[in-house]
Design a protein around this ligand. Structure first.
Ligand SMILES: [Zn+2]
Length: 62
């Protein structure tokens, strides 16, 4: 189980429920997944990437 870093938690958008998170994914049109944050107990979105391949895009639109 991975722990969410506090800095990550703070900069990410929070969703009250998984439904809200999934809805936001649908709106974005991106391939994302939601996960429960153990810092704020709410939901965040994360890119569904396998491995640790970095594409060089550091700054997301958040
Ligand atoms: Zn959080």
């Amino acid at each position: 189980m991975t722990r969410t870093k506090l800095s990550v938690c703070q900069r990410k958008r929070r969703y009250d429920s998984e439904v809200a998170a999934v809805d936001a994914i649908a709106v974005s049109g991106l391939v994302l997944r939601s996960y429960r944050c153990d810092r704020c107990r709410q939901f965040h979105l994360t890119s569904r990437t396998k491995g640790k391949r970095v594409l060089g895009i550091g700054a997301g639109s958040g």
